[in-house]
Design a protein around this ligand. Structure first.
Ligand code: DSN
Length: 410
């Protein structure tokens, strides 16, 4: 930061402001985390300057010796970490990874069967305002009132719609998926099977959750959420899809790969294979379970009934009489960062929906555990039941500041 401060104090002020905000806030947005100093160092390395369109050994630019070395290393590490037959580490994001995966196996107009956004799916799984939805025909499946997926119903829908791609995965579904069942349905209807494991990639890497990799033809992920690497995406797939996937990433939808990010991905893959990271993933899951139990004790309505992973979806309308936006703002005033989120078949708009999503990856990285989860659940409920009374919010803010000081960011 010292150099930016000298050359561009205006930018330095903003960067320091964000660092201070992260330090002083309980980050409970389920998709965020704190990357290690090694990951951040690799990100700001001189590989940021390098163009290397193509793949290791077949580049369209000279001087790619170290670009080749780092990408080969990242690929090897990704394959070993997830026991995957093939890995592509170039996608700039999860959205790019999904788009490339679609392009690899679909023709325009083909049908994709994916999870409804309001039931926990993701924008890139067929929301009408996205590019994939303009190119392919998306049909969605949902969850049952008890939070489960009715696989017989899903199979009947697949038999009726005959998708070319059966898409599993989520960004706000808090329960486990039956990987075997999903891939069997895909096989039965002759579809390629794909799982977007963006949210749980770190938990899968650390054997905290069952791996979808052996079951699905293609698995996409981001590298920053529970995996705690740099912002970015990747695609794992069976050998038979390798060529099509690589061609879809480059030149299909991307130009030059971000070699510094690929270096940071390699660092994160190595970190994720350590016993320390395995303990971290276990703690993420345990903390989510404690939060679940505490929130249920405070009579909070948890969508899907609770959690099997690192996140929880709270129906704030029925629990506190507050919209997701109001809840997000009240918690932010108390120093807790969350995101408003739709709930299944939400009658409200996504800009002010009925719920909030919370998660434990960041607060667990800070070292918080069972006791802190209990206190956080209590403070959240106090704030959301405070009717905005300044004294209650201020008291919670003070407690949260103390927690943040006691558990610094890495
Ligand atoms: N933004 C990611 C999330 O919050 O789940 C997905 O786009």
């Amino acid at each position: 930061m010292d150099t930016v401060q000298k050359t561009d104090p205006e930018v330095a002020r903003i960067l320091m402001g964000e660092r201070a905000r992260q330090e002083a806030t309980l980050e409970m947005i389920a998709s965020e985390n704190y990357a290690s100093s090694s990951v951040l160092e690799a990100l700001s390395s001189s590989l940021s300057n390098k163009y290397a369109e193509g793949y290791p050994g077949k580049r369209y630019y000279g001087g790619a010796e170290f670009a080749d070395a780092i990408e080969s290393l990242a690929i090897t590490r990704a394959r070993e970490l997830f026991l995957a037959e093939h890995a592509n580490v170039q996608p700039h994001s999860g959205a790019s990874a999904n788009l490339a995966a679609y392009m690899a196996v679909l023709a325009p107009g083909d049908t994709v069967l994916g999870m409804d956004l309001s039931h926990g799916g993701h924008l890139t799984h067929g929301h009408p305002s996205t590019l994939p939805a303009k190119v392919y025909r998306f049909v969605s499946y949902g969850t049952e009132p008890d939070g489960s997926i009715d696989y017989e119903k899903l199979e009947a829908l697949a038999l009726k719609e005959r998708p070319k791609l059966l898409l599993a995965g989520f960004s706000s579904y808090t329960r486990s998926l039956d990987h075997g069942r999903l891939s069997a349905i895909a096989e039965k209807v002759g579809a390629v099977s794909m799982m977007d494991m963006a949210h749980i990639a770190g938990l899968v890497a650390a054997n905290g959750l069952p791996s979808p990799v052996p079951f699905f033809d293609i698995v996409t992920a981001t590298t920053h959420k529970t995996l705690r690497g740099p912002r970015g995406g990747m695609i794992l797939c069976k050998r038979e899809f390798a060529k099509a996937v690589d061609a879809a990433v480059f030149p299909g939808i991307q130009g030059g790969p971000h070699m510094n990010t690929i270096a940071a991905k390699a660092v994160a893959f190595a970190e994720a294979s350590t016993p320390l990271f395995h303990s971290y993933a276990k703690a993420v899951l345990e903390n989510a379970k404690v939060l679940e139990q505490e929130l249920l004790r405070y009579e909070v309505n948890l969508i899907f009934g609770g959690t099997d992973n690192h996140m929880l979806l709270l129906d704030t309308m029925s629990s506190f009489g507050l919209s997701g936006k109001e809840s997000q703002e009240m918690l932010e005033a108390a120093g807790i960062s969350v995101n408003k989120n739709v709930i299944p078949d939400d009658p409200r708009s996504p800009i002010d929906p009925s719920g909030i999503r919370i998660g434990t990856p960041s607060i667990t990285t800070r070292g918080m555990g069972r006791e802190e989860m209990r206190e956080i659940a209590m403070l959240m409920c106090e704030v959301l039941r405070s009717s905005g009374k300044k004294a209650i919010v201020a008291r919670a803010r003070k407690r949260i500041s103390a927690l943040c000081r006691a558990f610094p960011t890495p």
